[in-house]
Write a protein that binds this ligand. Structure first.
Ligand code: TTP
Ligand code: CA
Length: 357
């Protein structure tokens, strides 16, 4: 397979939410900090969004029940997440990083891929450029990040995780194999705990073991995913850094069985649609700012109206409240409604918000 040379950065902010909190509150410096659900002295439900490195030393991890975090580290400072703040800081960091790239792809709230081949023609130039980017983020945002540099997105992503926090790892094309070989398979994207356990049963523990394995057996066991894993283990990834506009929308609409002028029926439908839309946004780990509704009367006359909130959200209650407000004007006339719809747009992805607290 012919591969054209590329130089790709993967940027990953260090313990992002807690780092932002520490920056805002210097009194937290040096203390273990956990952002997540309210621990309620060990009785809290919900989970840890992230923890700083001091709390990680006590064993606290993202996604862990907050009650367990409390047991491991009762002395930590527990903070509720401040999403609007993290999103604002994320946007600022991404703006800085975008300025260093020929092609730029944000990946989640605190990660991005940069294709920099036009600006750095050799690994040495790339290293200098990555240092400059780290310095600029430190200077302008007072935050540290880790950067991986590699010939493709896969290697860059694994490299950014190699040395954290405040790391910089450059993997040249000819070093890819020796870099990947000793690492545990878990480092490959998409290899979750279950796959890891299955691979272990097959005697595969490192990326090198996987690269040497017979791909036909992998494909029998894991289907297409098996072949994909085998390619990844050999450091092969031809996917491009894709500049995405970042603006998307999610919408749901419903046509009533019978045209209706009963506000309670219309409001109940609006509530159900709002739930569907916010659920989908949460599933896709997206936050929105603009909420629109669509109303079609029985004669097919159609209106849309929208409101932009001063903050990013994906909370169902923000969506419902705004959608209800917007609908009020259309319920006044007593005209029969045929269809209503709800749409949200203008997103920031919080890709790793798997654990909304
Ligand atoms: P990560 O980049 O996975 O973690 P991190 O930045 O906190 O720490 P690291 O230094 O290891 O990169 O996630 C980025 C942010 O996303 C994190 O600060 C909080 C949020 N997040 C969740 O809310 N839930 C999760 O399960 C994970 C993994 C992250
Ligand atoms: Ca991070």
């Amino acid at each position: 397979m012919s591969r054209k040379t590329r130089i790709i950065f993967h940027l990953d902010m260090d313990h992002f939410y807690t780092a932002v909190e520490e920056r805002e509150r210097p009194d937290l410096k040096g203390k273990p900090v956990v952002v997540g659900a309210d621990p309620k002295e060990g009785k809290g439900r919900g989970v840890v969004a992230t923890s700083n490195y001091e709390a990680r030393k006590a064993g606290v991890r993202s996604g862990m029940p907050i009650s367990r975090a409390w047991k491991l580290c009762p002395e930590a400072v527990y903070l509720p997440p401040n999403f609007p703040l993290y999103i604002r800081v994320s946007n600022e960091v991404m703006d800085i990083a975008r300025g260093f790239a020929d092609k730029f792809e944000q990946w989640g709230i605190d990660e991005a891929f940069l294709d920099v081949l036009e600006r750095a023609r050799s690994p040495d130039e790339a290293e200098a450029l990555a240092k400059q980017l780290k310095q600029e983020i430190k200077l302008k945002e007072n935050l540290t990040c880790s950067i991986g540099v590699g010939p493709n997105k896969l290697v860059a992503k694994i490299a950014s995780d190699f040395k954290k926090p405040d790391g910089l790892t450059v993997v040249k094309e000819k070093e890819v194999e020796s870099f990947l070989t000793p690492l545990p398979v878990r480092r490959l994207l998409w290899v979750g705990r279950k796959t890891e356990a299955k691979l272990k049963n097959m005697g595969i523990e490192t990326i090198g073991d996987l690269a040497r394995y017979d791909p036909s057996v992998l494909s029998e066991t894991f289907g297409v995913m098996g072949l994909q894993m085998h390619l990844m283990a050999r450091g092969i990834d031809n996917s491009e850094v894709e500049t995405r506009s970042g603006v998307k929308s999610i919408s749901h609409e419903t046509t009533f069985e019978e045209d209706t002028d009963d506000p309670s029926v219309v409001l109940a439908a609006l509530e159900a649609l709002s739930n569907d839309v916010s659920e989908e946004a949460a599933d896709q780990q997206l936050f929105f700012k603009t909420i629109s509704i669509k109303v079609r009367y029985e004669n097919f006359e159609t209106h849309t109206t929208s409101k932009t909130l001063p903050f990013m959200t994906n909370r169902p209650k923000d969506l419902k409240k705004t959608a209800r407000e917007l609908l009020q004007n259309y319920l006044k006339h007593g005209r029969k409604i045929r269809l209503i719809g709800v749409r949200v747009s203008s997103f920031v992805s919080g890709e790793k918000q798997k654990t909304l607290v």
